[in-house]
Design a protein around this ligand. Structure first.
Ligand SMILES: [Zn+2]
Length: 443
């Protein structure tokens, strides 16, 4: 039971068709537990996101899509794709639920070449996906799924949607999945890393994974879903944190105006984080429909992978990354004459350890170490190496100011006379190489 709860947050056997947690673990989770989490389905150039969770005695894979235009702020849409469950004979089976009637039929889900970050989905009864009304009826259903305002979609987006429909048909019974590893949140990051939904105008809403480069001077947006011009898996934009911009309201009348004044130097020596909130105005020649804040926290130079107005090919074009707050931002692409807005997606995962430790060695040590204080020792080193800061045990009392210690990149206490280092009080303000060496040596 402990293993089922700790690794997969299983709190009850209800619905699983087993008598013991041992059975549940050995028959289902030992083999299929790795499926839990977020996956990107390869359907070039579009792709989709699949969220696999356990619920009511099954592993459930649901397509998780952005809302239909024009309501970016609305909740994500979910569509059941497949389940993995124990049958009456206590054997694990997987079922596809796609098709007009949502009737379950057999399918296979298996890791490709034993790589548990890459999975193959194969439906065994492709005929179950056919609509008795024929291809025309299937297209109508697809249009209704893709748009809130069906009338408008038929007249304005027909060509793009028809193209998408034709491509997705090819992948409905057979596609591969790549695991999406969510980046660790950085408390002081100007934009929270993670999944975002974005308004891509004529191609509808798309899903973007936002993360930082290791040296933290660039923020990257990578496409989880794509379109014919910028397919899934490609870089959507690159924000340059080391090239901040400070604009006044009167410099934002036109796109040309904004682009030119964006190169004005910001007050010398001021770190972008110390700049005050700045005005934001939509230039009169920039297309955007919807409400937009009148100020922003930060503005940076960026490159956006997008096609210029009236051109069919995408290029990396000069843009501005406009950060409204930690969870909302936009890209102003000059040659596309458009503002693209981004909003975060909240996904609740019921997988192993928390996301916080995803990038760390912690998972490895969590399994090897049996005593909780030892696990805590590893966790504090990993956390402080990643974030910097000061760590003290709960029972230590500060007698003097920390100020004299702040000039050093690493400070460790000495427990006894000799060479034993104490990891009780630790301070590190940068990811110091010496600290990395300390970690390497003791682990
Ligand atoms: Zn199927």
């Amino acid at each position: 039971m402990e293993k089922c709860f700790r690794e997969f947050k299983i709190e009850s056997l209800e619905g699983w068709n087993v008598d013991t947690y041992y059975d549940l673990y050995t028959k289902v989770f030992h083999r299929y537990g790795f499926l839990l989490g977020l996956w990107q389905a390869e359907m070039h150039p579009y792709g989709t996101m699949i969220h696999i969770q356990h619920e009511k005695g099954k592993l459930v894979g649901s397509e998780t899509m952005a809302p239909c235009p024009p309501h970016l702020h609305k909740a994500m849409r979910k569509k059941l794709m497949f389940t993995v469950e124990l049958n009456e004979e206590n054997i694990v089976e997987s079922f596809c639920h796609m098709g007009p009637n949502r009737l379950s039929h057999k399918c296979n889900i298996f890791p490709e070449d034993n790589n548990k970050n890459r999975v193959c989905f194969r439906c065994c009864v492709e005929a179950a996906h056919r609509n008795p009304g024929g291809m025309r009826r299937e297209f109508e259903q697809f249009m209704m799924d893709e748009s809130w305002e069906i009338e408008e979609a038929i007249f304005t987006g027909k060509i793009e949607l028809l193209q998408k429909f034709r491509v997705l048909k090819k992948f409905e019974a057979c596609f591969d999945l790549n695991r999406i590893i969510l980046p660790v949140d950085e408390p002081d990051a100007v934009i929270k890393p993670g999944l975002y939904k974005a308004d891509y105008a004529m191609f509808g809403y798309e899903l973007i994974l936002v993360f930082y480069t290791d040296n933290k001077n660039k923020i990257i947006g990578k496409k989880v879903t794509g379109d014919p011009r910028v397919p899934a898996g490609q870089i959507a934009f690159e924000g340059k944190m080391d090239e901040p911009i400070f604009l006044l309201g009167e410099h934002q009348e036109s796109l040309a105006n904004v682009e030119e004044r964006g190169h004005d130097p910001i007050p010398e020596g001021i770190h972008y984080k110390l700049l005050p909130e700045q005005d934001f105005f939509l230039p009169h020649d920039c297309s955007y429909e919807g409400k937009i804040p009148s100020s922003c926290s930060f503005r940076f130079h960026a490159m956006m992978n997008i096609s210029p107005a009236n051109v069919n090919t995408a290029f990396f074009l000069p843009s501005h990354l406009i950060v409204f707050n930690r969870k909302s931002f936009a890209l102003l692409a000059f040659q596309a004459e458009t503002l693209f807005t981004f909003l975060p997606i909240v996904v609740l995962l019921n997988t192993k350890t928390s996301l916080f430790f995803k990038d760390y060695n912690f998972n490895y040590w969590l399994q090897r170490l049996r005593i909780s204080p030892h696990k805590a020792d590893v966790a504090r080193l990993e956390i402080i190496l990643k974030y910097g800061g000061i760590y003290f045990d709960y029972d230590e009392i500060a007698l003097r100011s920390f100020d004299p210690l702040l000039n050093h990149s690493v400070v460790l206490g000495q427990e006894t006379v000799g060479c034993s280092l104490d990891n009780g009080p630790i301070q590190t303000f940068t990811v110091a190489s010496t600290f990395g060496v300390y970690r390497t040596n003791i682990f």
